[in-house]
Write a protein that binds this ligand. Sequence first.
Ligand code: TNX
Length: 546
Amino acid sequence: IMKNLLIPIIACILTACSNEQQVSYSVIPLPQEISLNQNQPFRLNDKVVVVYPENNSLLERNARFLSEYVSHSTGYTLKLKTLSHQEKDIENTIILALNPEIDNKEGYIISVTPKNIRIEGQTENGVFYGIQTLRKSIPAITREGVILMPAGTVKDEPHFGYRAMHFDVARHFFPIEFVKKYIDLLALHNMNTLHWHLTDDQGWRIEIKKYPKLTEVGSMRNRTVAGYAGSGKYDQTSHGGYYTQEQLKDIVEYAKERYINIIPEVDLPGHMLAALAAYPELGCTGGPYEVCPDWGVFEDVLCVGNEQTMLFLEDVMTELINIFPSQYIHIGGDETPRTRWEKCPKCQARIKAEGLKADKEHSAEDRLQSYCMKRIENFLNAKGRQIIGWDEILEGDIAQNATVMSWRGSAGGIKAAQMGHNVIMAPNTHCYFDFYQTDDTKEEPLSIGGYLPVEKVYSLNPTESLTEEQAEHILGVQANLWTEYILTTDQVEYMILPRMAALSEVQWTQPEKKDYRSFTTRVINLLAMYQRDGLNYAKHLFDIKA
Ligand code: TNX
């Protein structure tokens, strides 16, 4: 690392003397193609104007983002201006424009000449990613001085179309302002999806108008034993919170402005203790139940034999899709013990009535789980939505149009791809950001276990062992942030940064262009941006590596 740092440091000293700073387009995630030429660089200073076509409000918004980002690192306030059709190539500008010849919907081209910079995308989304690259190429803090943007072009497009981070706000609740910050981080790392885990045994976080007790009762847990009693860090305290529908709609809009889609998850029919505490009649035993004070997998799940429970789920879905326009709705399906169903007369009656039969591999109760998932799938399909489920949905008869989220390693995802299902890879071998970042667990904040250093995240190549045909079913990759052991926003930042930077290259950069050594030098400016923005990233990691 020291050797790698020396050259940029010398370059910095030299340019600092002349008050000019040369930037590099080799940001994170690494663009597909950078070609520089011998022309003079473009000089970025406070006279530069950002221009966008008339009548394009999305590019106008992009222009505003660009101006804000640049002012954040340089202190310059770049003015905005519309560009009429006659005007072209005006000097001292950064021009945002659409270019239908760019293949990929999220692709972009940045062309830098001594006169101006053009950022073009097939869509406004692409232009937005061009803006991210430009912003990340500028040193994190460059007050006073001219920034020299080398002449040439950057041509770029993402490797995967689905690039997400997951965020569990059920185990611990996080305020809306922080969710916005989380979304800003996704944008900085060229991600386009937030998988938002909104319900679990330990808390229900979505206001549902038809079932007010879900939040009145289900959003609060009155004690937290949390399995680490005695550590002194986590006392038995109450914890809770939820989002109103209005707040959720506001977040959807906030994310959309940054080209991020929010996929909400209501995890069913397991992980439902918070809902059961609110409406005990939805369970097989009738309760009483408690919003769960501990972590793990619990036997009390929804009673799928009870028609009222199924109607409850459909009602919840109706309100959910009214809040979230996402094409995909995540309906969970993981970690659902069958013990209650085995003894429940209603569940057994449903098994009989539906003719659900056991075979060598699957019990009748496995089929009951599939029945539940398929029924919700049909309900959502009829409303024009698609479901995503955790890889457990492969056990039994998988819902026919389901996209599978592979979390127990990559095997489930590979199997699903072979069966012709679409897949999102989130293997716990490489993508569980709730795991420890170093092997010195005494020094690290208490985590759920596991060891996932940055380099391991970086090494993931989710289509490696697949045929071309199977690989086409891999929509993309995400990392999960489960928050059993993550209580504060500082801790969230610590767990995701800089692992998110490594993930962003898995998602965006062509696998053959990935190189961890180069990543460790390129990441320096991104770390400086985290530092500048007061983010609590895991600072010691790169020193340890050196
Ligand atoms: C497994 S991943 C779970 C979560 C836990 C996580 C902890 C998945 C579908 N289920 O409920 O929070 O492990 O790492």
